[in-house]
Design a protein around this ligand. Sequence first.
Ligand SMILES: Nc1nc2c([nH]c(=O)n2[C@H]2C[C@H](O)[C@@H](COP(=O)(O)OP(=O)(O)OP(=O)(O)O)O2)c(=O)[nH]1
Length: 135
Amino acid sequence: MIADGGTVLMQQRPPDKQHAGLWEFPGGKVEMGETLVAALVREIDEELGVTLCAADLFPVRAASGDPAKGEPSIVLLLFGTRRWQGEPRAVEPGCQLQWTTAGALTTLPRPPLDIPLSQALIPLLEGVAKAGRHT
Ligand SMILES: Nc1nc2c([nH]c(=O)n2[C@H]2C[C@H](O)[C@@H](COP(=O)(O)OP(=O)(O)OP(=O)(O)O)O2)c(=O)[nH]1
């Protein structure tokens, strides 16, 4: 979720889970029989109480672990959106939220795969921030 001003919503992982306390992009896992985008719309509603429209979502980047290097065998797909309905709130206990600028994103402690995802997002955030300064 990319807001006017070029900030992105980041979510802190809860203390009882893997990568506890690190900041990730809100989302979750695709369930059996679900499309990618339907899974994202469902997860964002469940986690943030926000309604997304599938047509507003655009792919940003994929990142995956390399099992040969002992990394997890998972693929993360980052989607962006500039539109949503509702004010995001941390529905799950222990999941803080923060709107983060491109500059602050690079210093935020993140799980390994969220780092390349963030790097792909930074030019987009900078573009939105710059456009906002000219309006
Ligand atoms: N965001 C993120 N997740 C990672 C990375 N590496 C890694 O193993 N994971 C794991 C943690 C979670 O188990 C899973 C992401 O699923 P999720 O967003 O639904 O997180 P979760 O902990 O709430 O899910 P769950 O396992 O409790 O169902 O991927 C990484 O670099 N970034």
